[in-house]
Design a protein around this ligand. Structure first.
Ligand code: FMN
Length: 190
């Protein structure tokens, strides 16, 4: 234990301890389609409410024509680093049944996030790193990909080999605040 009662970071599993979201990717690195399939396989085996699996992915490797199509819709802020990643993946949630207002799953976005987390750790185990992001033109990308009614693009993830100086200094809320913040008599130091 550290002085403030937080377990030392060294006790976390290596995959979690070493993970970070790079802001630079090696533009010389490429992924095979089999490696991309393995990333998606990790997402496929994620848990979901009622095993509803409310997710879909569009994965395009750098150098493919459809990759350029995705890059066109990136915001300037993400284009700087995401376009040199080895693969860009669009994360899509199945929120509603067709074009109705009936929920396909109350947990669609939750489960999609969980699937992406699994993909992220699989990438880490393969010596890769991921940066998830929302800095893209959502309406234009949805139109370009002809996303079906009831399905919604939530985020993208850039995957590749990190370039540059490695993980920046990263901050987190305290462990105590995680178990007290939402309660009225809790700690407001979040
Ligand atoms: C849903 C989601 C959206 C994000 N959107 C962006 C984004 O638009 N631009 C960006 O640079 N980073 C984005 N990030 C990355 C976060 O900023 C990053 O995960 C956070 O700062 C924690 O850093 P770490 O992943 O290195 O621990 C996003 C992350 C998530 C999970």
């Amino acid at each position: 234990m550290t002085a403030d009662g937080t377990p030392p970071l060294s006790e976390l599993h290596d995959l979690l301890r070493t993970r970070f979201s790079p802001l630079a990717f090696d533009p010389r690195h490429s992924l095979s389609s089999a490696e991309v399939d393995l990333l998606l396989e990790a997402a496929r085996w994620a848990p979901s409410a009622g095993n509803s699996q409310p997710w879909a992915f569009v994965a395009e490797r750098r150098g493919e024509p459809a990759h350029a199509q995705l890059v066109r819709h990136l915001a300037g802020s993400s284009r700087r680093w995401a376009s040199s990643a080895s693969v860009l993946i669009v994360n899509i949630s199945h929120r509603f049944v067709d074009d109705t207002t009936m929920e396909y799953s109350e947990f669609a976005d939750y489960d999609l996030g969980q699937a992406v987390a699994h993909l992220t750790l699989q990438a880490q185990a393969m010596g890769l790193a991921c940066r998830q992001f929302r800095a893209f033109d959502l309406p234009a990308l949805s139109e370009e990909l002809s996303v079906s009614p009831g399905w919604f693009i939530v985020s993208m993830v850039a995957v590749g080999v990190p370039a540059g100086p490695g993980a920046p200094q990263r901050d987190r809320r305290t462990l105590r605040s995680l178990v007290t913040a939402p309660f009225t008599d809790g700690d407001d130091d979040v």
